[in-house]
Design a protein. Structure first.
Length: 448
């Protein structure tokens, strides 16, 4: 498990250089790879100001879990550690389909603290927001409603989040129905921030302060907080989904905190006239400066959103498509679509992109089965022997009858082709621009 010291992207042990900026990688987890003889860490999946996050296998249940390793010597007093442990115990008792379950808490030999939670397979709301154009209105309301339901359960158990942001809201597909599902993650750190005064000190003694774009006025000014602080933060997230901007922005964090406490947000409809007036009214009510002016509970927020969501068919995880357009002529049963695979060839320390041809043999909304084209004699077989070293990440361009679509993807399985030189590769599609996703899914409909 290695990490880029510049951009903090995580990589497997075999990688040597960052594919984004070419820097040499550093070890991300000195020490044991199996925690408490139970949690086998398999790969680093993120790094934040409060520690690194790893995907792991629970050797007792053989299930995938998420392990957040917090900095060593984080708790300066026994009381701070006891308070955090009590918070985790409360979290472990919470059961909601909209909250990532908290499973365990412990200490490592180097005095680092770790927190085990449910592994959520999906993408963050931040990744969803990066799609081209504004999000579908019904989708926005449903995401917010499900997040509010999860937060309502947590508040009922006496647990606040206090660090709500799009990175802590996960969206995914229901395994059976493919309907949109939402889970709020990274609970359990509110009590930790209380003990640390809202900041984390590095080894050098410098202080890292959270970027306050989603911070309530009372939290930013050090006043007492309750569940209505999370209502405000969720209101900021809703505002951002509706307008593609947070209401208060400045390069200086303190100025943003002052704006939260003193400045009235620009009405969302002035940025997006398609927003219905009743939705704007709810957003502005959630963003009232005084907590008493906001909805009293998260359940009240969820109820208000339920009334605003129009009657609809189930919302699917895949981004909504535009109204149907005339379909092209059906393709032959064997797709055989041309494509190009591109990865970053950092093995030669030159950080050059290398592209090889291939064909799509089978396709679905979630992935594809492809076969690589001819690889010249003497070159690395970049699919099996090289791509593995760089997280199996691929940039793919597929030539459809209606145009070329591009996607970010991962190779999840490799079978050697009959010629002994190329590979049949099973691809998971991670991300695709909305317009490309629409064209791709329309094509899939034409081939059954």
């Amino acid at each position: 498990m290695k990490i880029c010291p510049t951009c903090h992207t995580c990589y497997d042990d075999t990688a040597r250089f960052c594919t984004l900026d070419g820097n040499s990688l550093a070890e991300s987890l000195p020490g044991p790879r199996v925690l408490e003889a139970r949690y086998q860490l398999t790969k680093c999946i993120g790094q934040g100001r409060l520690g690194d996050v790893y995907q792991a296998t629970d050797l007792t249940t053989v299930q995938q879990v998420s392990v957040k390793v917090l900095p060593p010597n984080l708790f300066t007093t026994a009381a701070a550690e006891s308070s955090f442990r009590a918070e985790v115990e409360r979290l472990a008792k919470i059961s909601s389909p909209h909250i990532a379950a908290t499973l365990a808490f412990g200490l490592l030999p180097n005095a680092a603290t770790y927190l085990v939670s449910e592994f959520v397979e999906g993408r963050t709301l931040r990744e969803e927001l990066k799609q081209d154009g504004l999000m579908d209105l019904t989708r926005v309301l449903e995401i917010t409603r499900q997040a509010a339901l999860g937060l309502s359960v947590a508040h009922g158990a006496g647990v606040l989040h206090l660090d709500l942001k799009p990175e802590n809201v996960m969206v995914m597909a229901d395994a059976q129905t493919q309907e949109l599902r939402v889970k709020v993650v990274d609970f359990g750190l509110a009590r930790l921030k209380d003990a640390l005064g809202g900041a984390v000190a590095t080894d050098s003694g410098s202080v890292i302060i959270r970027m306050p774009h989603y911070t309530s006025p009372e939290e930013g000014t050090g006043m007492p907080v309750d569940g209505r602080s999370d209502v405000y933060s969720l209101g900021i997230i809703l505002y951002e989904m509706l307008t593609d901007h947070v209401p208060f922005r400045d390069k200086f964090p303190m100025k943003v905190l002052i704006m939260h406490a003193t400045k009235t947000p620009e009405p969302p409809r002035s940025l997006n006239p398609k927003i219905p007036a009743e939705i704007e009214a709810l957003v502005l009510k959630m963003l009232t400066k005084e907590p008493d002016g906001r909805p009293a509970t998260m359940q009240a927020v969820a109820d208000a959103l339920s009334k605003l969501i129009p009657a609809h068919n189930p919302i699917l995880f895949a981004a909504p498509v535009a109204p149907p357009v005339p379909a092209p002529a059906p393709a032959a049963p064997s797709l055989n679509l041309p494509l190009r695979l591109t990865i970053i060839d950092a093995d030669d320390e030159g950080n050059k992109s290398r592209t090889i041809p291939g064909t799509v043999q089978d396709a679905s909304p979630q992935g594809m089965r492809i076969q690589t084209g001819t690889v010249a004699t003497g070159q690395l077989n970049i699919i099996k022997d090289h791509t593995v070293a760089f997280k199996n990440r691929l940039d793919i361009a597929v030539d459809l009858p209606g145009g070329t679509v591009k996607m970010d993807a991962f190779a999840v399985r490799y079978n050697r082709a009959p010629d002994g030189m190329n590979w049949t590769v099973f691809i998971y599609i991670k991300d695709m621009a909305r317009a490309d996703r629409r064209l791709y899914e329309q094509y899939l409909k034409t081939v059954g």
